[in-house]
Design a protein around this ligand. Sequence first.
Ligand code: C2O
Length: 356
Amino acid sequence: TPDVTFTCKDALSEANNLTNSVRSRKCCPPNIGKKVKPFVFPNEKTVRMRWPAHQGTFEQVDKYRRAIQAMRDLPDDHPHSFNNQAKVHCAYCNGYYNQIDSGFPHIDIHIHNSWLFFPFHRWYLYFYERILGKLINDPTFALPFWKWDEPSGMRIPEIFIPENVNGKPNPLYDVYRDARHIKEVVIDLDYDRKDKFVPDEIQIAYNLCTIYRDLIRNGGDTISFFGGVYIAGDSPVSNNDPSVGSVEAGSHTAVHRWVGDATKPLFEDMGNFYSAGYDPVFYIHHVNVDRMWKLWKDLGLPGHKDPTERDWLNASYVFYDENEELVRVYNKDSVDLKKFKYDYIENSEQVLMWQA
Ligand code: C2O
């Protein structure tokens, strides 16, 4: 059973190829010795409705901005602080944890490039959303999603771009982004660090094909969609490994590359695992990736089934919840969205265009 332990080692970051980094390379969470509790699902009546970031109402955008600002205002060593939330990603991706609980203390955990990708990020966002809601005292608070699968959503959502809003710094702004790709530029969901310079309509058509490719053509069965088997004792697989899931390898990674600052050696923030969580866009991108998991299942095509292997079901992670408790969560509890008490606002008249 793969089991992400709560042993974290900052020292390894030195060996991690992160020279010339613009963000901290120390990624372990605070209070590492704290007792880990079992996770309990929320028993709330209301469902948090996640909204498309390019179509937010004044109220949705205002709440979101206030919550991120409140997070930025926390003391740095608070487990909910902006930096500590960003470091969660770094810690699980850059080899800070090892598999000590499973008897492989010399092997690092890396939750990308394998079937841990979807469940890990679902849990990460679940806690992040509830922490933000708590910071503004709103139990209905829901995150936006960057709806890059719909033509009108294929640009960086406007709410992230201005440096200042009403004379104050925009908490959603991040300085480490590719200056060529902000504002009015249609994203390339197949971006591999080379701009295509095609007209917007063409790029939009390409993008719809990419979504079709990731969800249907290349995602026809559990392993193709989720990524390959990764169990206790396995070393993290390399970036080009064929066992990366279709969405992860495709549109997901393209968005990271497209947003990250190409003038930085490590492509911060979005272009590197260790720094991605410092850009608020990261979470909103991943909310849409999470939505892709839901859409894929809702398509109901043969083969579109969650993994059922014991090694997948029993893999676990540790997070700080909204009450600052450390809790352990399992893949097996990540499959039933209803239990999480969040859902996605979909436009019912809208045909998913990439299906057409
Ligand atoms: Cu954990 Cu998009 O990467």
